[in-house]
Every structure is written in structure tokens, then in C-alpha cells.
Ligand binder design. Structure first.
Ligand code: PAF
Length: 289
């Protein structure tokens, strides 16, 4: 990413401003793509913006570190923020406008309404981050109502988030097409994430164990393994071979309902969460059999 020159990207802070811009575009008959983010954009986010640009006349990118999806012991305060960098990244990828509200704009006092989900949020990150998905779904639902996009773009790296947003958009009749985009990786396999910036050089090296372990699981399935427990054991043993890694979970679930399966068949999500030092990283692959 070349972020040297100052960006002229349009940035708005209020719901009124983004609504009136989208309304003006709609009046011209233009289609709207939407990429919700928490900022500190990397090539993964840029791939979503590029996909949206390909499929829509205009692309709105939101940059909002959503306090509601962080538990008190999590990294809301430390989460990296850099608006100059984000403006240049959106411009480079071809986005048209950034919506960057303050928390008070999104959550006025006495905010008491939430989107709660079941089934897809019971396991994986939902089991270990109990309030996380209520925060994600509530903010994404609000953003859908504010931006009113034709299509919204989500990365497969957050596969449980993707399955959950697909589900609530369907269940609650949000008139938006959810478009899934593949994981973007560093050359050594580490999935791109804003949280990778927390890693020390030694931890950054150790973090390659995530994709390497998943690759072992994928090969086992490709070679005919169909028992979830065996794939989980293989991946867990590989992760444990890295002294800086602490396994949070390794799961094999069906990608639609995010429920455990007895046998590996259909559309399967193999997902892991691992602490490297203090940084919690997630990664996954989806296999269709
Ligand atoms: O994936 C993210 O960055 C966030 O969970 C999202 C979808 C922008 C909601 O805050």
C-alpha cells in the first residue's frame, strides 16, 4: 500500500450526512455497496472495497471501533486507529466515502435495543466472547439501516460473523445481499488482521503456526479423514508444538448453522482461535465435500 500522499477522500461523521449522500446517489439511479470496518485497514479490507467497487456504482466504507462488541477485559482502548492511513487505503482501493461516526452518534443515551442471535453464535467465538455477537449484529443492523446498501461485503476470516450476519439479514428481512470474500494472507500464510500489529517479531514468527496447522487439517480431510475429532486432535497437536501459542479453541462445524457435526461432509468450517502471547488470533478454512 502506498500511503505517502495526503488523501482527499470524503469523510462524514453524522448519520444525516451519510444518509443524504446515499439518497443523492440513489436519485441518480446508482447502486450502493457497503464495507463495514473497524479501521486500521489492510489488504484484506481493501479486497472487500475492490469487490464492492466491481459490483456497485458507489462504495461506502464505515470506520467505527464499535465499543459494544468488546468485553471490559478486551482491547477496545488499545485497538489500533489511524484515520489518515484509512483514508488513503480507502482511496487507493476505490471507495467513495467514509462514514466515521463518534460512539455518541451511534449510541445515544438510553440506548436499549439490540439484535440478539442464537444457533450460529453458540460455539467458537460466541462461546468465549459472550457479548461479542450481540454488539456486532446490533451495529451492523444499525449500519444497514443508516446506509441502506444493495450489497454488503464481509471477509471469510471472520467466518462465524459472516454466517451470523447472513442469518440475521435473512431472518429480519434486511434488503441487502451479503457478499463473502476470501481470506487475504501474508506471504508466509498468516491471515491479515489489524491485530497482527500487536505481535512482537518473535510472536509474528510464531503466529505462522495457525495457518500451518490448518493446512495439516485440510490435507487430512482431502486425504479422506471424515472424523471431526481426529482433525481437531491433529490441528491441536500442531498448535501446541509452538511454545508461544495457547489454544483457545479448535472446532469443526457446519458452515451454515455453526453447529458441531458427527461426520465431515457438506460445507464444513474448520476454525481456530489461538493466543500468541497476549494477542488472540483467529483463522479458518471452509471445505465443501
Ligand atoms: O469485522 C469487523 O471489523 C466488525 O466486527 C464489524 C463487522 C465492522 C462490526 O463492527
Amino acid at each position: 500500500m502506498n500511503m505517502q500522499k495526503a488523501s482527499t477522500m470524503k469523510l462524514v461523521k453524522t448519520i444525516e450526512e451519510i444518509r443524504s449522500q446515499v439518497a443523492a446517489w440513489r436519485k441518480e439511479g446508482l447502486s450502493i455497496g457497503f464495507v463495514p470496518t473497524m479501521g486500521y485497514l489492510h489488504e484484506g479490507h481493501q479486497s472487500l472495497i475492490r469487490k464492492s467497487r466491481e459490483q456497485n456504482d458507489r462504495t461506502v466504507v464505515s470506520v467505527f471501533v464499535n465499543p459494544m462488541q468488546f468485553a471490559p477485559n478486551e482491547d477496545f482502548e488499545a485497538y489500533p486507529r489511524d484515520m489518515a492511513h484509512d483514508m488513503a487505503a480507502v482511496e487507493e482501493a476505490g471507495g467513495d466515502i467514509i462514514f466515521n461516526p463518534e460512539p455518541s452518534e451511534m449510541y445515544p443515551s438510553h440506548f436499549t435495543s439490540f439484535i440478539d442471535t442464537t444457533e450460529t453464535t453458540e460455539l467458537l467465538c460466541g462461546a468465549v466472547r459472550p457479548i461479542h455477537f450481540r454488539g456486532v449484529c446490533t451495529v451492523v443492523g444499525k449500519l444497514f439501516n443508516i446506509v441502506c446498501p444493495d450489497r454488503a461485503y464481509f471477509g471469510q476470516k471472520d467466518a462465524q460473523q459472516l454466517a451470523t450476519i447472513r442469518r440475521f439479514a435473512r431472518d429480519l428481512n434486511f434488503p441487502v445481499e451479503i457478499v463473502a470474500c476470501p481470506i487475504v494472507r501474508e506471504s508466509d500464510g498468516l491471515a491479515k488482521s489489524s491485530r497482527n500489529t500487536y505481535l512482537s517479531p518473535a510472536e509474528r514468527q510464531a503466529a505462522t503456526i495457525l495457518s500451518r496447522s490448518l493446512e495439516l487439517g485440510r490435507k487430512a480431510i482431502e486425504n479422506g479423514e471424515r472424523t471431526p475429532g481426529k482433525v481437531i486432535d491433529l490441528i491441536t497437536a500442531s498448535l501446541k508444538s509452538e511454545p508461544l501459542a495457547r489454544v483457545d479453541y479448535v472446532e469443526v462445524v457446519d458452515f451454515e448453522n455453526i453447529q458441531r457435526v458427527e461426520r465431515i461432509e457438506g460445507s464444513i468450517l474448520v476454525a481456530i482461535a489461538v493466543y500468541i502471547g497476549k494477542t488472540r488470533l483467529i483463522d479458518n478454512f471452509i471445505i465443501n465435500l
